[in-house]
Design a protein. Structure first.
Length: 178
């Protein structure tokens, strides 16, 4: 199965208050996010992390968390990926690291980018844009989409998805029925 997620902000104390997360401290948040991820994702699954995996913390701490998470992990860089530059970070924790990616699933193209964009490659064909970055800001319409993006752009960030990854199948069905 294929999953998408963003904006875990592991080890970021202030994100608890900024995003109104239900945990008392970062260790509690980190453990809960790991448990929720592993409750959805199997070892053989693929998980596309659309940025801001960890805001504070060392390369070693990033690896400790990454190696506890189920699935093959792919990273789309966000604006909080400082741990990638740490000398103690093991880059092989991710299958690859990119800024942008197009993924084919069923007969659609999934456009993966950390930031929401108004139009994307294949916009007028069968495509879905997955993004993170905006956490739980109130710029979405009643369906949870940025108002000008129709029904094919999805915030896959943990703050708007019960702190869990979201499956490609679920997003495909939301966009195209099924």
């Amino acid at each position: 199965m294929i999953w998408f997620t963003a904006d875990q902000h592991f080890c970021h104390e202030n994100i608890i208050k900024l995003s109104n997360r239900p945990w008392k401290d970062t260790e509690t948040m980190n453990e809960a996010l790991i448990a929720l991820w592993n409750g959805c994702v199997a070892e053989e699954d693929e998980v596309y992390v659309l940025g801001d995996f960890m805001h504070k913390g060392t390369g070693q701490r990033a690896n400790e968390i990454l190696f506890r998470l189920n699935g093959k992990k792919y990273l789309i860089r966000g604006n909080q990926e400082n741990y990638l530059n740490a000398s103690d970070f093991k880059v092989e924790a991710f299958e690859w690291i990119k800024d942008y990616h197009v993924l084919s699933y069923k007969n659609a193209q999934f456009i993966l980018f950390h930031f929401p964009i108004l139009e994307w490659a294949h916009y007028f064909r069968k495509s879905i844009h997955c993004y993170g970055h905006i956490h739980n800001n109130d710029i979405r319409n009643e369906k949870g989409h940025i108002a000008t993006m129709r029904d094919r752009a999805f915030n896959v960030g943990v703050d708007v998805n019960n702190y869990c990854p979201v499956s490609a199948e679920y997003l495909y069905n939301k966009a195209y029925g099924g």
